[in-house]
Write a protein of this length. Structure first.
Length: 228
């Protein structure tokens, strides 16, 4: 396995808490390994290199997360929405929703590689905000990881994957409207993260939870919008 050495700016360790110069295993398109836990996903996102400054682009995040596997991409999208100081930025949930929409459609079309437009890949956030937000998610991530295990695996493979993809399209299409309903984008982030983790861990029970959360979340958003 290739080992990529990351050199962070002097005195500024990576978000994952590694030393200024340490080996970090990265998932690039040509590699088959994918993250197996939420904590590992947070580490990989934290290792994304700034693009010539103090901002981290979507392209850099995909470099460390991978561009082939649907599960890790969903987790990455959900985490971006859930990260405090990042997911709260106006327009971020809608942008992430557009990414998920494009990825999910390509999944249903059975494409081998995920394509995203260049302008989208160049969108970026402050590295400081990203690191702080990831730090706040680490303790909940460790708790979630202890609950994951393979079960009801038929709900995370074969035709079930396409049902998950279609459901993610519905969630993605609703993210612009969620910006008008306080805290509803957090539900979208939780749903996407749950579906992604379910696929990674082959946890069908988590997939069922995500389906229920999707129905409840979309119903709540629809009610709030119609009654305002």
């Amino acid at each position: 396995m290739n080992v990529r050495w990351l050199r962070f700016p002097q005195g500024a360790p990576g978000c994952a808490g590694r030393s200024a110069l340490s080996p970090s295993l990265h998932l690039f398109p040509e590699m088959d390994q994918e993250p197996r836990s939420l904590a590992e996903m947070l580490d990989r996102i934290g290792d994304a290199e700034p693009d010539g400054g103090d901002r981290v682009s979507l392209d850099a995040v995909l470099d460390v997360v991978g561009r082939r596997s649907f599960g890790p991409l969903l987790v990455a999208a959900g985490v971006v929405i859930l990260v405090p100081l990042v997911g709260d930025i106006p327009g971020v949930p809608a942008l992430v929703g557009l990414v998920v929409l494009l990825v999910s459609v390509q999944l249903l079309l059975r494409r081998d590689h995920i394509w995203l437009p260049r302008w989208m890949l160049k969108r970026s956030v402050s590295r400081d905000k990203l690191c702080k937000g990831l730090g706040w998610l680490r303790r909940p991530a460790r708790f979630v990881d202890r609950l994951l295990r393979p079960r009801l695996t038929a709900l995370t493979r074969g035709p079930a994957v396409y049902v998950i993809g279609a459901t993610c399209i519905l969630v993605a299409a609703a993210t612009p409207a969620m910006e008008f309903v306080p805290f509803s984008a957090t539900i979208a982030g939780a749903v996407l993260t749950a579906f992604g983790l379910a696929l990674i861990a082959r946890d069908g029970a988590l997939a069922v939870t995500a389906f229920v959360l999707t129905a409840g979340g979309l119903g709540w958003v629809g009610y709030e919008l119609l009654t305002k």
